[in-house]
Ligand binder design. Structure first.
Ligand code: DX5
Ligand code: ZN
Length: 216
């Protein structure tokens, strides 16, 4: 299991240092939650902030766009140093065009589905993307409870990929912690985003280690 700590729960007054600390603590990816106050009822940070902290870690930057028109901003987030850009299928940008744009910038494209969106919504794009992110909370805020009933979507996506002969990593985001990660692992999840569980722990390295241990 890969762990992608969500910087949403870090101390924003020293975001660069927080990234360094989490890098040294065994994080696999850095998960950056971009919210525009329109697609979701919360505002976080944008491309200039990501660009400013990019140099604090060599780990992949997994940029999760919770914004209404992702296509308009792909250049900005690519220039900022994103390695992976995931955007919501529920946003107003054309999925195919947005995927192509991300790919044309040498960045890995991924699609995200909200809790009310069925797994099959991403099926037409599976041969064009590198990652599917299944939300296990309503996007917008950290610290919410894990929606276990989202896990069957992971199997549906994995089954469809197997049928197509595609090896697709599936990520889940929201409510992941010591009490929930084993269920995600059992469902076949490859990457778990964890905000509260990593940043509110006294020792981030220990927190990441025990999350991983619970998946074995
Ligand atoms: C929610 C964000 C998540 C969030 C996860 O909209 O996409 O990445 O920060 O936080 P926890 O792990 O606290 O649920
Ligand atoms: Zn996220």
């Amino acid at each position: 299991m890969k762990i992608a700590p969500s910087l949403l729960s870090c101390d924003f007054s020293k975001m660069g240092e927080e990234i360094k600390r989490i890098d040294k603590s065994g994080a696999d990816w850095m998960h950056l939650d971009v919210m525009d106050g329109h697609f979701v009822p919360n505002i976080t940070f944008g491309a200039p902030v990501i660009k400013a902290v990019r140099g604090f870690s060599d780990k992949p930057f997994d940029v999760h766009l919770m914004i209404s028109e992702p296509l308009k901003y792909i250049d900005d987030f690519s220039d900022a140093g994103a390695d992976i850009i995931t955007f919501h299928i529920e946003s107003s940008s054309d999925p195919e065009q947005t995927i192509e744009k991300i790919r044309s910038r040498g960045v890995k494209p991924g699609l995200v589905i909200k809790p009310n969106t069925p797994a099959k919504a991403v099926f037409p794009y599976l041969d064009k993307i590198d990652l599917v992110l299944v939300m296990t909370v309503e996007p917008g805020f950290g610290g919410q409870s894990f929606m276990e009933n989202m896990l069957p979507k992971v199997k549906e996506i994995k089954d469809e990929c197997r049928r197509l002969g595609i090896d697709m990593p599936v990520e889940v985001d929201g409510g992941i912690g010591e009490g929930t990660i084993a269920k995600a692992a059992a469902a076949g999840v490859d990457i778990c985003v964890a905000g509260t569980a990593v940043f509110k722990a006294n020792d981030a390295a220990k927190a990441i280690q025990s999350l991983k241990a619970l998946c074995k």
